[in-house]
Design a protein around this ligand. Sequence first.
Ligand code: PEP
Ligand code: MG
Length: 581
Amino acid sequence: MSFTLHGIPVSRGIAIGRAYLIAPAALDVDHYLIEPAQIEGEVGRFRAAQQRVHEELNVLRADLAADAPTEMGAFIDVHMMILNDVMLVQETIDLIRTRRYNVEWALTEQLERLSRHFDDIEDEYLRERKADIEQVVERVLKALAGAPGIVDNVHGACDEMIVVAHDIAPADMMQFKTQTFQGFVTDLGGRTSHTAIVARSLGIPAAVGVQHASALIRQDDLIIVDGDHGIVIVDPAPIVLEEYSYRQSEKELEQRKLQRLKFSPTQTLCGTRIELCANIELPDDARAAIESGATGVGLFRTEFLFMNHKDRMAEEEEQFSAYRRAVELMNGLPVTIRTIDVGADKPLDSMGGGDGYETAVNPALGLRAIRWSLSEPQMFLTQLRAILRASAFGKVKILIPMLAHAQEIDQTLDLIREAKRQLDDAGIAYDPNVQVGAMIEIPAAAIALPLFLKRLDFLSIGTNDLIQYTLAIDRADNAVAHLYDPLHPAVLHLIAFTLREAKRAGVPVSVCGEMAGDPALTRLLLGMGLTEFSMHPSQLLEVKQEVLRSHLKTLEKPVADVLASFEPEEVQAALKRVALV
Ligand code: PEP
Ligand code: MG
C-alpha cells in the first residue's frame, strides 16, 4: 500500500531505491534478574562490550577519509567521551550491582533516565545531543549481542539502497559514503542535528524527523526520498514513480549542463561583472567553494568551530589553523570570516551560567552574536588575533554579525585595534589593512545606515535575520514559518535602501542570506543593484545561469514596479514581469 511521510528536508535532491532498515537494538533487549554470583561476570560483560566499542570508534577515526569534514573527528571524540562518562558507565554498573539487572536492561534503563533529563531542556541544539548518547548505547548493545557494527552490517548491500533508521550516528554516516547509498531517512533529528549537518556536507538526499519512518517502512520497500521537500513516498504508485524518475533525471541533466558554466566569467548580458561567493561552515568546505567556481568566501560562519567544546572555547592556535586552512585552500581569493555568531538557535556547550544566556526569555533578542562577543572581550580578542594572523596567508576580511548601535561598532573597532597591538608586541605578522565589515541584519541597522557607512569598509546583508527581525518571526519556529516572507514589502524596501545608499557612498555591499542563493530572486536582487552574492556552493551555478541571462537595463522598470507594490498580488504580478524580461 502506498503512503507518504513528512519530515524535515535537510539535504537536497531525489533518491529512489529500496529501504535498508537499520533496527535499533535498544528496542529489543532482554530484561531479567541475575543471581548475586553472576554480578561480577555481568559487569565484566559490560566492560568487554565497552572495550569493543572503544576499538570500533578508534577504527572509525583511523579510517576517516582525508576529505571528511573536520568535525567528524570531533563527533567521534564526543562519542568516546560519552562511552567513558561516569553517568553512563558507573550508573549502569550500579544498576547491575544493586538491582541485579542484566547488563542490557541496566544500560537501557540508564539511557531512559538520561533521556528524561534531556527532554526537559528547552534548547533544540542541546536537546539533540541526546541522540549522541542513544547512538553510543546502541553500539554497546550491538557489541553485547555480538552483532556486527552498523557499518559492517551494510557491506554488500547494493547501491540502490536508501538507509532508513531511527537515528544514524554521524560517524556511521561518513562510512556510508564509500557504500554509495542513495539517501537517508531517520525518525529523529532536526535541522541542527549532527546527522543532518553531515548529510548536507555529503550531498546525499536526506529527510530527518520523519516520525515513525523506521517502524512504518519495511525492509526492501521501494521508497522515494524527496530531499527538497522532506517527503518520503513508500511503495509509490507506478505513475508517481514515473514522475519522480523523470524529475530525478531532469535534475541530473540540469546539473550536468550547469557544470559547463563553472569556468565562464559571471557577467550579465550587458557586460556587468557579478561576484558569486560561497558560504562555508568549516574550513574544508572551501574545497566545495572552489569546485563550484566561487570567486571567494563571502561568509565563513565560524561558530561551528566552537561547537563540541564542552567546557572551553576553541584555543587561539586551533582557530588560527582553521582560518589559515580556509584561506590557503582559497588560494588567493578573498575569505570573509565572520566573528562568532552564537546564541538564539546556536548556543555553545560552554554557554550559560552567569552570562544571562540560560535565563533569557527570548534568546533571539538577547545576548547573541556581537553582543555576546563584546560581553566576553578576552574570548573576542582571541578570535580577532586568530583571524588577523590568518590574514598573513591570503586575503582576509572580518565581518561582524548583529550590529545595531554606534557604540557597538566603535567598541568592536577598538578591540580590533587592540588585537593588532597585541600581535605587534609579539612580533606576529598580519595584514594591517584588513577590511572590517558589518552584517546588516537588524532593521535598525538598515534604517540607520549612515552610522555604518561612515565607520566600516563593507557591508553584507543577512536576509535570514533581517526577515526574522523585520517581521517578528522566529526563524526556527515551525508554528510561524508560513509568515516568514522574503517578499514582504518591508523586507524588500530595507534591502533596496541598503543597496542604494551603500552604492551612493561607495561602500561595497553583498547579500549572504538564503535569498542570495535562490535563483527565483536573482533578477530581483540584480535589479535592485546587487553585484555581490554569497550562498551555499551547491546553489551557485543555478544563480550564475540567471545572471548570464539577465540584462540590467531591462530589469529597471519591473523591479521598480515590485518596489512600488504593497498588495501581495501586485508584488507577485510585478515579480512575474521581472522573470519574463
Ligand atoms: C543571515 O542572517 O542572513 C545570515 C547569513 O546569517 P545566519 O544565517 O548565520 O544568521
Ligand atoms: Mg544572521
